[in-house]
Design a protein around this ligand. Structure first.
Ligand code: ZN
Length: 448
């Protein structure tokens, strides 16, 4: 990695949080933080690193399962549903060992770096060996994810997921045994042994109300509260989850989590697709974040979540690549708006700047990285520059460039990425890894 300690950058255009981009922005970086920001410099100061095009803060991918990357292009035939896709995913999970999992995750995180992602929330549940036998170090796979992110040059919040049941009132199947610690206390003991380090944080996750009973949800929520850690959960991705939960507990998944003490500003409801009015009010009133994963939700035929209603109710929004159907946060961001246009017959339910906030500041905050995801003094020095010379964005002006980026850019337009003051992508290539080769080799290794 190239260290750029004490660097000065000059951005042709940069988004500083306002309604449009600023021209000629000088960004002073000291160590891993931004020391100063000043717009209006017509030319780069002497010695400054020139960032052409549009510079944005680093992107946060708030919901990822790294190993799902190996499923890309391998589940698109034969029809089915979320539930039949899940069988294919379990077959893949059964094939992982700590070494192959590490290499696949490193390649996947490096693909994220190329897409402008500087922090990932890894929702991690493949904890143990086949049949549920713990590895010599019970946190071996979680530590492999942290090492993978470090080598890819991005930050990680390891969201260690509690996973105890095969469904509500159902035993674990053979594939799911790897995910379980037996009970929530054993989960907490294992999670407690994970240490944070520069560039990595440890958060908690309740896999879902399918996999975690209400008492165990309360145990996980209490552990997260004691350490003031982020707490994430898959919530109402499918109607069948709601039906089973209502039948068993007399409450929706959000209601069960609320009773368990999970809701609040550190809580992130992932998907939040099939919600009742009361769920939306509850998530909004308690200041939760809702992480939408639109490319996965469309890939798995989940449905379109009530993102605007959640935002109006007071929830913040974040974005995740989840199943890695694609890794492109521009696509996730515009899908929040475009999917709702299709469903509602209305345009402009989410403005481009609010979608950029979900991609950057609010995404980082829900992963436990404050003062990250904005270009301002004191913030972490994460910069993503987008080329404007390509066919997708050519013709953009300072007034139109943010909207053009949100609605037409792709990951392929990302030219340069700086994470914590260190350059990880230059000229559209990762500085340390041949990412396509790493992906090809690690996927072949896992699929055997
Ligand atoms: Zn997920």
């Amino acid at each position: 990695m190239t260290t750029t300690t004490g660097s000065t950058y000059w951005c042709e255009l940069a988004w500083l949080g306002g309604e449009s981009a600023e021209s000629g922005v000088v960004v002073e970086v000291e160590d891993e933080r931004i020391a100063g920001v000043e717009a209006g410099a017509a030319a780069p100061p002497t010695g400054a690193v020139r960032l052409d095009g549009l510079t944005l803060p680093g992107f946060a991918n708030a919901h990822s399962h790294a190993f799902h990357r190996a499923l890309r292009g391998r589940t698109q035939r034969g029809g089915g549903s979320f539930w039949s896709w899940r069988e294919r995913m379990y077959e893949l999970a059964a094939r992982l060992d700590p070494e192959t999992y590490f290499r696949l995750a490193r390649a996947t995180y490096a693909e994220m770096a190329l897409a402008g992602i500087t922090a990932v929330g890894e929702f991690h549940y493949v904890h143990h060996g086949p049949g549920g036998e713990p590895y010599a170090d019970p946190n071996e796979t979680g530590k492999a994810m942290i090492a993978a992110a470090r080598e890819a040059g991005i930050r990680i919040t390891l969201l260690d997921a509690c996973y105890l049941h095969g469904g509500i009132g159902e035993p674990l199947n053979e594939a799911q045994r790897r995910f379980s610690d037996g009970d929530a206390e054993a989960w907490a003991t294992r999670a407690e042994a994970l240490a944070e380090a520069p560039g990595s944080r440890i958060g908690a996750a309740i896999h879902s109300v399918r996999a975690v009973d209400p008492d165990s949800c309360a145990t996980v929520a209490a552990w997260a509260a004691a350490g003031e850690r982020p707490l994430h959960a898959h919530v109402s991705e499918q109607p069948a989850e709601n039906e089973a939960c209502l039948a068993a507990h007399g409450a929706t998944p959000t209601g069960v989590l609320e009773r368990a003490g999970a809701l609040g500003p550190r809580f992130v409801a992932v998907h939040a697709t099939h919600l009742s009015e009361a769920d939306i009010t509850g998530l909004g009133d308690s200041g939760c974040c809702c992480c939408l994963c639109p490319t996965t939700e469309r890939d798995l035929a989940d449905g379109i979540g009530p993102a605007r209603a959640l935002a109006e109710a007071g929830a913040t929004l974040a974005l995740g690549s989840d199943s890695q159907a694609v890794i492109d946060l521009f696509e996730e961001a515009r899908a929040v708006e475009l999917d709702e246009r299709l469903a509602s017959g209305e345009r402009g339910r989410h403005d481009p700047v609010s979608l950029l906030r979900a991609t950057t500041r609010d995404g980082h905050a829900c992963l436990g990285w404050p003062r990250t995801g904005s270009i301002e003094p004191g913030a972490t020095a994460d910069l993503v520059s987008i080329g404007l010379d390509g066919v997708r964005l050519a013709g953009a002006t300072p007034d139109s460039v943010l909207d053009a980026a949100v609605f037409a850019a792709t990951s392929a337009d990302v030219e340069r990425v700086i994470c914590g003051g260190r350059e990880i992508v230059r000229d559209g290539a990762h500085v340390g890894l041949d990412v396509a080769r790493e992906l090809r080799d690690s996927i072949a290794e896992v699929l055997g």
